[in-house]
Design a protein around this ligand. Structure first.
Ligand code: UDP
Ligand code: MG
Length: 342
């Protein structure tokens, strides 16, 4: 398995280090890996470094920090290189050669991670790195998946409302229990990470995917601050797409609901037809009601188009998946060579 992993890894372009297959996962794995996706975060990165490293040093566990640069077009990649040079013993940097999205960046971080426990953290300091200890102490209690609930969410009002609505919908149509699905600050046990790494989903929602492999999940309340600098990288469009990934990736209920709705409408129309036949026999032919008919027809067309669109969401994802294209391309991995390497 590890061997296959190595081949996969080196089938991608340049890697700055060379390791033989057996050395891919050295004996002295750190206790903690922190995976951080970075996309155009030059304004906030220095503040992140200044808070993250002291917080991790204080924990008293061996750790590694894996930054994944998701094709930033600003100075982020250069800043990550500099940081790697400052703390090469505990820092690894994966550089993508394009923007593949936050979840693909985290996937790449997972594949590189070696820790017994992996924590994902956003680069914008919305979740305080000082709270990583909270997640770890829950893991030490024997949980293998620690989700988080934002104490006081500092996002715009519409994000608040939309997120609550999506949480409610997800709760109904999937078997995934998360109080706060939007928060990526989570801790995963190595066995959950290995299971996630064995999936090759093109469109996915990592907290939900990992949840489906956890044996003993729990949640803790963590702090939430306003974005330290820069703007949210999620537009309304990308948020809608992400929520479709969550719904279509973990449930067939939306499709089934359409079959139910179809049956309901068909029976309703049958009844209406009977009623009209009776009316014609008793009262006589119906002449008016043209606009009611229009309204009804447009309503049905609306529902039909929505149904076709929903079907398209599933079919599109199947199409992307079956093409087997690489999910992301790694341009380079910056990491310190392990002792014994050539
Ligand atoms: N991010 C990424 N690729 C993207 C979009 C975002 O790697 O295409 C990273 C971003 O740099 C940040 C994290 O994902 O570290 C969360 O993004 P953001 O803070 O913009 O999301 P929000 O907090 O608004 O949900
Ligand atoms: Mg954020």
């Amino acid at each position: 398995m590890r061997y296959a992993y190595c081949i996969l890894r080196y089938s991608f372009p340049i890697s700055l280090t060379h390791r033989s297959a057996v050395e891919c996962r050295p004996m002295n794995n750190p206790q903690l890996s922190v995976v951080i996706p970075v996309y155009n975060e030059e304004q906030g990165l220095q503040a992140l470094f200044d808070r993250l490293y002291p917080a991790l040093d204080k924990l008293g566990v061996s750790f590694e920090v894996i930054f994944v640069n998701d094709g930033s077009r600003d100075r982020s990649a250069a800043m990550l290189r500099e940081q790697f040079q400052q703390r090469p013993d505990v820092t690894r940097v994966v550089l993508f050669n394009g923007n593949f999205g936050q979840h693909m960046a985290i996937m790449a971080g997972f594949e590189q991670s070696r820790g017994d426990c992996v924590v994902t953290l956003d680069a914008d300091l919305q979740n305080p790195p000082e709270d990583i200890g909270l997640l770890l102490s829950k893991m030490n209690e024997g949980y293998d998946y620690v989700g988080s609930i934002r104490r006081q969410r500092n996002d715009s009002l519409w994000r608040h409302v939309a997120s609550r609505a999506m949480n409610g919908l997800r709760e109904r149509i999937t078997r995934i229990k998360m109080t706060d699905q939007g928060c990526m600050f989570r801790a995963y046990h190595r066995h959950v990470i290995d299971a996630v790494n064995s999936c090759h989903e093109v469109n996915t929602f990592i907290p939900a995917l990992a949840y489906s492999f956890a044996r003993n999940p729990t949640e803790v309340v963590v702090g939430h601050e306003e974005r330290a600098a820069g703007e949210s990288k999620y537009s309304l469009y990308s948020l809608i797409r992400l929520n479709f990934d969550l719904m279509t990736g973990f449930s067939l209920v939306p499709l089934q609901m359409f079959s139910m709705l179809g049956m309901l409408i068909a029976s309703g129309s049958g009844l209406l037809f009977l009623l009209l036949v009776l009316r014609r026999l008793i009262i006589g032919p119906e002449a008016e009601g043209l606009f009611t008919l229009f309204a009804l027809v447009f309503f049905m067309i609306g529902i039909t188009l929505f149904g076709i669109g929903l079907l398209g969401e599933y079919v599109g994802r199947i199409y992307q998946q079956v093409r087997h294209r690489p999910r992301y391309l790694v341009e380079a991995v910056l990491e310190q060579s392990v002792k014994g390497e050539k």
